[in-house]
Design a protein around this ligand. Structure first.
Ligand SMILES: [Zn+2]
Length: 60
């Protein structure tokens, strides 16, 4: 029973499930918060700029 990360579709890590990493968990969280949130990451600051899967979650 292994799920894939909803953000990047990599195999989820037990520590961060259903995500593969803390970074992806933060990305999902930022989506929930509407993007008002700054994610402390060393990645590029353009989370919404197409670098990730543009799959839309059903957030109501
Ligand atoms: Zn991921």
């Amino acid at each position: 029973m292994s799920k894939s990360c909803p953000i990047c579709d990599k195999p989820a890590a037990a520590k961060h499930r259903p995500f593969c990493s803390e970074r992806c968990a933060n990305v999902d969280l930022s989506r929930w918060l509407g993007g008002h949130y700054r994610i402390p990451t060393d990645e590029a600051p353009t989370v919404y700029d197409g670098g990730l899967d543009a799959d839309e979650d059903d957030r109501g």
